[in-house]
Design a binder for this molecule. Sequence first.
Ligand SMILES: *[C@@H]1O[C@H](CO)[C@@H](O)[C@H](O)[C@H]1NC(C)=O
Ligand SMILES: *[C@@H]1O[C@H](CO)[C@@H](O)[C@H](O)[C@H]1NC(C)=O
Ligand SMILES: *[C@@H]1O[C@H](CO)[C@@H](O)[C@H](O)[C@H]1NC(C)=O
Ligand SMILES: *[C@@H]1O[C@H](CO)[C@@H](O)[C@H](O)[C@H]1NC(C)=O
Length: 526
Amino acid sequence: MVRILLLAVVAALISGSQGANILGLFTSLSPSHLIIQMSAVKALAERGHNVTVVTVLQPAVSDKDINVIRVPLSAEESQYLSDLFAEMSRNDDKNMLYAMFRMFGQMGFMSQKMADAFKDPRVRDLYDNKENRFDLVLSGFALNDYQMGFAQKVKAPLIVLATMPPGPLLNYLIGNPGELSYVPGMNDSVEKGEGMSFTQRLNGYLMGLGYKLFSRMIERRSQKYYKELFGDDPNMPEYSEMMKNASLVFFASHALSEGPVRPNVPGVIEIGGIQIKDTPAPLPQNMEEFLANATNGGILLSLGSNVQGKHLSPDTVHKMFNVLSKLKERVIWKWEDLENTPGKSDNILYSKWLPQDDILAHPKIKLFINHAGKGGLTEAQYHGKPMLSLPVFGDQPANADGMVKKGFGLTLNLLTLEEQPFREGIEEILSNPKYSQTVSTFSKLYRDRPLTARESVIYWTEYVIRHHGAPHLQSPVMHMSFIAANNLDIYAILAILVVVLLLLTKAVIKFIIRKLSSKSKKVKKQ
Ligand SMILES: *[C@@H]1O[C@H](CO)[C@@H](O)[C@H](O)[C@H]1NC(C)=O
Ligand SMILES: *[C@@H]1O[C@H](CO)[C@@H](O)[C@H](O)[C@H]1NC(C)=O
Ligand SMILES: *[C@@H]1O[C@H](CO)[C@@H](O)[C@H](O)[C@H]1NC(C)=O
Ligand SMILES: *[C@@H]1O[C@H](CO)[C@@H](O)[C@H](O)[C@H]1NC(C)=O
């Protein structure tokens, strides 16, 4: 009650930007990105704003008040995309950077489709039709910076919405420091109470260079699309200028609890867990009953939205089924093709679609078997459920390593999965209370914030709308060259001064020695 009253007071205080027109550009081809992005704008729609979004995929999270302009893929393109994810799931890349370089060509397809969405007449109409008026643009980050040009087209301030923590792929948008010597890049592997060792720093530095190179390649591609989409308008700023226009970036992380501990500029707003409901919704009846009857507890198995059951080798699926069907716990298994399930068993319920967040909130769930996607890990952390991760590609292996390091569970390689380690992993997590205790303790820390993720999205979005952008938050480094930002010119001058001083000293000493020795010679001769 007190909380509701407090919320009402906060709401009254920060009103004044009610009923704004907000445009979300969420063309990413990754369903998990879209869940986070749509969850953020759902909070805004529920608050009474008029939200319009552009997407390519069908959003899983929606709201009757969100106006969705969807530019779908053709059937062949969807097939190609599905094959692409299947190919990624067959390659066992420990290193995300390496995988990104390897997939650069294929990622071109995704970039092209994202850019094509902006050529749709309904999307162009958003800026061509002067009737439309937007107070804010939310640009969903997916290596597609060119779409930031849209904000300029509709003359609205811009917030970038990222589905990852601050890091090398995003820091440049707001001048956030990299601090490679003590902020681990994508692999959060620094022990508490310790610094980074020489090898970790060297590794981090080299990875940092790799990401810079990768960003450059992406930037060139992005620049090309920027020209293609907005090049006909002489009033558009240069691409490099447009890239300095983000007022804030929303990140799907929460460094206060998750780490890494690092300095951030004020434009970093962390909204990790935005996709999680404050109070879980009731489960579909069949799942509720299935879990209610699970006297030995339940397990949720979901390998995410990119990798589908059919992408896994039949052999692996068979091994997983053999282990799961013999457990006394009940298992809810996300499986798309209900005609061809891995096998029938009384303790397994297959479902094409899962309200994952709501299931994880269920008190009967004792274990979450997942693919270490950021979204699923976040939900399990929030609900305090231990995990067994079977990562495949992208950031998943590093996410899984981080999860194990924090003590929330175990990880196994999906591509080389064998029955025995799989069974032992499950049994260890179910029987040893340390995993569930550690993650429950973390859950309390993760939820303890001055503003919830939803409140942060609402507050900072309305803040930018109220002030028509946030140039006062911008770091001066956004307007400095690499040399100036790193004081390289000053170091150079200092180095020159030192050299000149040394040379001078040397000359003076030589001069004195010569004087002295010629004197002593004169003395000897006499
Ligand atoms: C909401 O925004 C859309 C897109 O600009 C616009 O067409 C519509 O009229 C707006 N609705 C309201 C109620 O303002
Ligand atoms: C973006 O930056 C350009 C150049 O600095 C400026 O003219 C423009 O008003 C900015 N646009 C937005 C949407 O912030
Ligand atoms: C759950 O148990 C009840 C009562 O024992 C039974 O009627 C129902 O069919 C069971 N449901 C499931 C899904 O097993
Ligand atoms: C992360 O770092 C740890 C320890 O340095 C290492 O064992 C692990 O392989 C790394 N994981 C990835 C995905 O790079």
